[in-house]
Design a protein around this ligand. Structure first.
Ligand SMILES: C[S@@+](CC[C@H](N)C(=O)[O-])C[C@H]1O[C@@H](n2cnc3c(N)ncnc32)[C@H](O)[C@@H]1O
Length: 248
């Protein structure tokens, strides 16, 4: 996937492209990243990219011309890419959106700064707006990294077999089961026996049961619309019997 970021701070992305799974994805050409400095497309000796807002008020607004020119450069190289603006006003980013973006040919992510970008650029050039949460950042760069990171690991071949995203939190509408590694006992707390048993059916059932339990405890909202599988219904029935026994 071609991934292009339009930003006033391209250097922020250098370490991002060069570490961990994202680096591996870049090296394996699963993602082909480009960072375009919006300032390179600003005219004049001072290469000004922002100006005071019409109507007055505080803060500065990113000018539309440098943004449009930077986007034209990106589009020339990746004409079928989708252009998304990072914005607290956008659609809330989640795993479902990450999954759908992972099948795009290319993504162009536009990072705002200051009070945001001139609305005419949004109207005429942006396909959609993405928010990474209900809070306001100083710029879109961290948000763009969040989006790229979450999308990249869902592109086939980016994660190795032993790193599959299949059982991750949200993938199946639940939070994931707990993980344990060596040592067998840490600060007097042992690893659950079942995980040491070698019985893969029991381990799978324990994982499904604890995923369900953790979802009830941590994110009950995820269960509101859930169509429980027969195995999950079995587990819930068992809990009901256990609770009935407890309360007599
Ligand atoms: C200070 S914010 C501008 C906020 C804008 N004045 C508003 O109230 O909607 C500057 C830039 O940070 C980015 N940004 C801020 N919060 C964000 C969020 N929750 N998700 C994605 N991008 C965000 C956007 O690119 C935005 O243009």
């Amino acid at each position: 996937m071609d991934v292009c970021v339009l930003t006033l701070f391209p250097e922020l992305f250098d370490p991002f492209w060069n570490h961990g799974i994202i680096r591996r994805a870049v090296q394996g050409q699963k993602i082909k990243p480009v960072t375009i400095n919006i300032r390179d497309h600003a005219k004049g000796r001072h290469r000004i990219t922002d100006d005071r807002p019409y109507g007055g008020g505080c803060g500065m607004v990113m000018k539309p011309e440098p943004l449009a020119a930077a986007l034209a450069e990106a589009k020339a190289a990746m004409p079928s890419a989708t252009t998304l603006l990072l914005s607290p006003q956008g659609r809330r980013f989640d795993q479902a959106l990450a999954l759908s973006l992972a099948s795009e040919d290319g993504l162009i992510l536009v990072c705002g700064r200051y009070e945001g970008v001139d609305e005419r650029f949004v109207d005429q050039h942006v396909d959609g707006e993405i928010s990474i949460g209900d809070f306001v950042l100083t710029g879109g760069e961290v948000g763009a990294m969040v989006v790229i990171d979450a999308v990249a690991r869902l592109i086939p071949g980016v994660l190795g077999n032993d790193e599959s995203a299949g059982s991750d939190t949200f993938c199946d509408g639940l939070v994931e089961h707990a993980h344990f590694t060596r040592p067998p006992t840490f600060e007097d707390e042992p690893v659950p026996d079942v995980l040491m048993s070698g019985n893969h059916r029991e381990i799978e059932r324990w994982r499904r049961e604890t995923a369900l339990m953790r979802t009830v405890m941590k994110r009950p909202d995820l269960l509101a619309q859930r169509d429980f599988s027969p195995q999950e219904r079995d587990i819930l029935e068992k809990w009901r019997r256990d609770i009935d026994r407890l309360i007599g």
